[in-house]
Write a protein that binds this ligand. Structure first.
Ligand SMILES: Cc1cc2nc3c(=O)[nH]c(=O)nc-3n(C[C@H](O)[C@H](O)[C@H](O)COP(=O)(O)OP(=O)(O)OC[C@H]3O[C@@H](n4cnc5c(N)ncnc54)[C@H](O)[C@@H]3O)c2cc1C
Ligand code: SF4
Ligand code: SF4
Length: 1003
């Protein structure tokens, strides 16, 4: 990630963010702060931030340490071992079964121990620290056309240590298997703090290192030797024969490798591979050497449709004979959801209407021709009546299985394939967006069965769900026999918890009978550990426990997981005892189920907001990217808010000064999460509610009040310009402003213009009469445009008139209310909204459109007014208000021609409404080449970047944008947001123009 740690808010002397409080450190751990190089945190907020992962579970840890070196890890482990304190290593915390939460000292490796240490392309090996995100590792390997092959779907947000801990794998496990196949050697810290290296050993070497009465490391080797010698048959008998099984310890691989190829002499063991899937319970890995795979030359895909899920399942085994790289299933629930989306509605409508399930089949190929041939071979065999784009090879695979598929589509170029993959993933976010008490939770989500048993498994699973009065969608990795199933359950009710246990229990029976595993992907954790006994039997359960004891005699490493005492019905995030009390009456309209509470409980913890720009959907979450602190991610804020309102933090904490300043203050209100988060958590809206209530109770500071009333100040500034522009530039004035009002001395305040946009227009009047116009538009004089950037408003008037629009400036309007809204003065914002709606709604009824130059004001009308007001008038205003570039695009208005290449940075609020690309479309129509950046917020966020305690964060976020701008091919930068333009100007570049100004140049 593009983060310069020196620019984080916590390190700016003026910011009051205090992430390193240790006043609550337990006595026996107090020395850690002194001994460990990285941060050591035992405060309540830090603990709560690490109390959840992406599972249905929650458990408050003892503290959190961010090690900087293996030595730090040893220090923590030795110290905790001396005092009998449990330890939990953690990566991105994206686990789905609850194995990344525990009452333990959490070691977060992603902060400092995330380096790629060595890449040896010739040997096909890389060595890295365990905190490196898989996405970052692969980005470095891509330069050598190599990759770390296991591809968990959330790889960009999850770390190498987590992949080892969970033995992760992904859609391409048919080709690559799991992480265990790629671990060559690990540097580890054992339960007593000893440093060790685990790698391949011959059985003789194992023997030499084993001593049941020796040091810890010797006892470990002795126990491994015992298992190899005494338990091999038991393991072979009990373990399922599957490509995917991550339940229990990785004993099947141990035995297989120990027996050697074809059970001949000369086998070996690799204790590093034994750690795969051990969920942090055996040892802490600090560095790993992994083997790599070449990036495939190309791929091709086919989508096969079926009238029925079971028929699709029956087709998996014959399809596998064609040697695909992936076979993924989507059932009718997900297809219906994808059909409803703007992005995939068209693709789904191309499928036969009766199609109720699809299989996506992907092939790796050396060339496009080979890819086409492989798809043709598949279709010739499995959908013989389908039209084919290519010809199968003469020696194509022919299976004798009955034909179930009804139709097929092919995807050969990169974009088509990406559409198929995205469609497969499109419905899940909708399932996860429920704000009801019932949620699609993960607890029996990834069982695996031999693919030939999929039909039986799917139909029995559906019966079990029906018996429990619930349903789920069925999707994902049908090829290796792993179906993702998230039943809809309300765990806040005891009946819901009972249903959850019943479903898990009965599905485990089915899976065991069919030769499958309760976890083919996500691990044991809190949800599955108890079922390992049933899956493997009492004897192997005891073997697991003996192995655990050999590695970790006092059971200090993530105790409970894999073979411990975890009970799936305990420590639920929402259990029957859960209570939520916001502590105030929300002021905004919350149309979603369960209102404010539903939104506060919506985050499911996936960690999607902790990813780099290109993987999170673009905007979300700029503050995390800039600081890499959990508390500055959407997940961190959502967790802390829910915990503060459900008794995990002291009563009333959510409205305390501390909470507002530590948890909420750095949220810049960009609305990125409302669009990019799979569950659409709207943190900006939650924040303004909270801030408003806080103002009600405690009053607001001077700076907030000043910025909330920026319209009054601007009016004054314009009336007294140019004097008002000189004053802040007098010697000492900036420092005085910082000291008195808290405006960062580095910032130059926007200049005021004596002649406002309204003055200019009143003087000039319209140039296109109402009678000759095709459309008539009220140009709303937003505060920035009117007082600070009237030239942009003038450009808008000219371009609109050139397009034949009759333009007027509306009477009776006031500032949009955006500044007071963002600052949490909701009653002021509501008054402004009422005035503007009263002035504009009747004009809209007369046929006028409303056009706004400043994006955040346009979005205020289009979106935020609906949170403040109800009724037809506000709906009318919301529907008939347009950003100026949106207006030109939506009505196909003529625009002046121009040429050249432009780098376009859209405004985050318009991105949240998916309205940012109108500008690019219009400019391209005008003749420009446009590189529309996949950028986030500029970091200015209205007044945020002007504020002294936010300046460092604002710069850090802005520097991510500057990097993107510098990498873009455009000759000129354009940005519609006034704040974005200021930020880009302040960070070293020239202040870029608004896109409408560029268009106006062509007049
Ligand atoms: C939307 C979504 C999709 C997912 N898709 C997939 C998928 O396709 N395939 C898949 O396999 N998983 C998937 N997962 C689950 C999870 O993302 C992966 O298993 C991931 O690899 C875990 O990485 P992490 O860094 O988040 O690990 P964490 O959750 O932080 O930790 C995972 C386990 O590893 C242990 N661990 C972490 N670091 C170390 C260390 N240094 N030493 C020893 N033990 C350690 C932890 O104690 C924990 O038990 C998905 C999760 C989500 C939310
Ligand atoms: S806020 Fe959204 S993206 Fe972030 S963890 Fe929660 S659900 Fe995932
Ligand atoms: S509004 Fe923006 S800064 Fe705030 S949590 Fe959402 S994505 Fe992060």
């Amino acid at each position: 990630m593009a983060t310069d740690p020196d620019t984080t808010a916590a390190r700016d002397g003026r910011s009051s963010y205090d992430y390193t409080r240790d006043e609550e450190t337990p006595d026996e751990l107090a020395a850690l702060s002194r001994l460990v190089g990285g941060e050591v945190r035992f405060d309540e907020y830090s603990k709560q931030l690490y109390a959840t992962d992406a599972s249905a579970y929650e458990m408050t840890p003892i503290g959190v340490v961010f090690p900087t070196s293996t030595r730090d890890v040893q220090t923590v482990m030795r110290h905790c071992s001396d005092h009998g304190i449990p330890v939990l290593p953690r990566g991105g915390g994206t686990s789905l079964a609850g194995q990344a939460v525990n009452e333990a000292v959490v070691l977060d490796f992603t902060r400092h121990m995330d380096g790629v240490l060595e890449i040896d392309p010739d040997a096909g090996r890389a060595r890295a620290e365990v905190g490196v995100y898989l996405g970052d590792l692969n980005a470095k390997l891509a330069a050598h056309d190599l990759k770390f092959a296991p591809d968990p779907a959330w790889g960009d947000k999850s770390a190498l240590g987590g992949a080892i801990g969970n033995n992760s794998t992904g859609s391409h496990s048919l080709k690559y298997g799991k992480t265990d196949a790629y671990i060559e050697e690990c540097e580890v810290v054992l339960a007593d703090g000893t440093l060790a290296t685990f790698g391949e050993l011959t059985l003789e070497e194992l023997d030499e290192r084993a001593d049941p009465d020796g040091e810890l490391i010797e006892r470990i080797h002795a126990e491994v030797r015992r298992i190899v010698e005494e338990e091999a048959d038991a393991v072979e008998e009990a373990y399922p024969n599957l490509k995917r099984n991550v339940s229990g310890y990785n004993l099947d691989m141990l035995i297989e490798e120990a027996r050697g190829a074809d059970d001949t002499e000369g086998g070996s063991v690799n204790l590093a591979r034994l750690l795969a899937g051990s969920e942090g319970t055996l040892a802490i890995v600090t560095e790993a050497e992994v083997s790599l795979e070449p990036v495939p030359e190309t791929k091709s895909m086919a989508l096969l449709t079926y009238d029925d899920l079971i028929e699709a399942m029956e087709d998996v085994a014959p399809i596998l004979e064609h040697d695909p790289s992936a076979v993924e299933v989507m059932d009718d629930v997900l297809l219906d959801l994808a059909r409803e989306t703007e992005e995939f509605g068209d693709v789904v409508s191309m499928l036969p209407p009766e199609a109720s399930s699809v299989l996506l089949v992907e092939f790796y190929a050396e060339s496009d021709a080979e890819g086409m041939e492989k798809v043709a071979g598949l279709l010739a065999d499995r959908v013989p009546d389908a039209e084919r784009e290519g010809e199968p090879s003469a020696d194509r695979v022919r299976t004798d299985a009955p034909i179930n598929a009804t139709a097929a589509m092919e995807a050969h170029d990169h974009e088509e394939r990406a559409t198929f993959w995205k469609m497969r993933k499109s419905g899940l976010p909708i399932l996860l967006s429920r704000t009801t008490d019932e949620k699609h939770i993960s607890f029996i989500e990834d069982c695996a069965v031999p693919p030939e048993h999929l039909p039986e498994y799917a139909s029995e699973f559906q019966e079990i769900l029906a018996d429990n009065g619930t349903f789920a969608s069925i999707y994902a990795h049908a090829g290796p026999g792993v179906l993702h199933v998230r039943p809809l359950i309300n765990t806040k009710e005891a009946d819901g918890v009972d249903a959850m246990v019943d479903i898990a229990d009965r599905v485990t029976d089915v899976v065991a009978r069919l030769g499958g595993s309760v976890s083919g992907e996500h691990g044991d954790g809190r949800a599955r550990t108890q079922w390992n006994k049933k899956l493997y039997g009492e004897h192997l359960w005891e073997v697991f426990r003996d192995l655990k004891t050999a590695f970790d005699p006092d059971w200090l490493l993530n105790p409970g997981s894999v073979c411990g005492d975890f009970d799936m019905s305990e420590n639920l995030r929402y259990g029957p005892d859960y209570e939520f009390e916001a502590g105030f009456e929300p002021m905004l309209n919350w149309e979603n189920d369960n209102g404010f509470q539903g939104m506060a409980e919506l985050c499911h913890g996936c960690g999607g907001c902790r990813g780099p720009q290109e993987t999170t959907g673009g905007v979300m979450c700029p503050t995390f990217r800039a600081s890499e602190e959990e508390i500055t991610s959407t997940r961190g804020r959502a967790n802390a808010l829910r915990q503060a309102m459900s008794g995990d933090l002291p009563d009333g904490e959510a409205l305390s000064e501390e909470f507002l300043s530590e948890v909420m203050d750095l949220c810049i209100g960009c609305k990125g999460c409302a669009k990019d988060c799979p569950s659409e958590v709207d943190m900006a809206k939650l924040k303004v509610e909270l801030t408003h209530e806080h103002h009600q109770r405690n009053g607001a500071n001077l700076r907030s009040r000043l910025f909330a009333n920026v319209d009054t100040l601007s009016k004054l500034g314009s009336a007294t310009a140019p004097v008002s522009n000189w004053l802040p530039e007098l010697p000492g004035a900036r420092l005085a402003m910082e000291k008195t009002v808290g405006i960062a001395r580095e910032r130059t305040l926007p200049a005021f213009h004596r002649e406002t946009l309204v003055d200019w227009f009143e003087e000039r009047g319209p140039r296109v009469s109402e009678t000759e116009a095709d459309r008539k538009a009220l140009l709303f004089p937003d505060t920035y445009t009117n007082y600070n950037h009237p030239d942009v408003g003038r450009a808008a008037v000219r371009v609109l008139e050139a397009a034949g629009v009759h333009v007027a400036i509306p009477d009776g309007v006031v500032d949009s209310g955006r500044p007071p809204f963002s600052k949490g003065f909701l009653d002021v914002a509501r008054e402004r909204a009422e005035e503007n709606v009263a002035a504009l709604a009747p004009r809209i009824e007369e046929g006028w459109d409303v056009v706004v130059v400043e994006p955040s004001d346009a979005v205020m009308f289009q979106l935020d007014y609906l949170d403040l007001l109800s009724g037809d008038d506000v709906q009318r205003v919301a529907t008939n208000t347009f950003g100026v570039m949106e207006y030109l695009n939506a009505f196909g208005l003529d625009v002046p021609e121009g040429e050249g290449s432009l780098t376009y940075h859209g405004h985050c609020h318009q991105k949240a409404m998916r309205k940012d690309l109108h500008a690019a479309a219009v400019l391209e129509r005008a003749g420009y080449e446009v590189d529309a950046l996949d950028s986030g917020c500029c970091g200015m966020a209205g007044s945020f970047g002007y504020e002294d305690d936010h300046y460092a964060m604002s710069r850090a976020i802005g520097s991510i944008l500057v990097e993107q701008v510098e990498e873009s091919s455009g000759d000129r930068v354009i940005a519609p947001g006034a704040s974005c333009r200021t930020q880009l100007g302040d960070l070293g570049g020239e202040e870029p123009p608004h896109p409408i100004e560029v268009l106006a140049e062509g007049l």
